[in-house]
Design a protein around this ligand. Structure first.
Ligand code: SF4
Length: 66
């Protein structure tokens, strides 16, 4: 699964970073999301799904490339 972030929708709320700090960080300048891990393996999918769920702006999505 691949994590996609729509930076135009991201409002820098940081919920993704609080939820999954190994997968996300925030840009120092404007607080928008930085995706640290683009391709998530099975061990990280639950955390990635939770981050997508808590994002208030719908900026995150999980894409299945298979
Ligand atoms: S939770 Fe959503 S809006 Fe907030 S920083 Fe992460 S991607 Fe951006």
């Amino acid at each position: 699964m691949r994590i996609e972030a729509d930076l135009d929708r991201c409002v820098g709320a940081g919920q993704c970073v609080l939820t999954a700090p190994t997968l996300f960080d925030q840009n120092d300048e404007d607080g928008r999301v930085v995706v640290l891990v683009t391709e998530v393996d099975d061990s990280a999918i639950a955390a990635a799904r939770e981050a997508v769920h808590v994002c208030p702006s719908g900026a995150l999505s999980l894409v299945d490339d298979r």
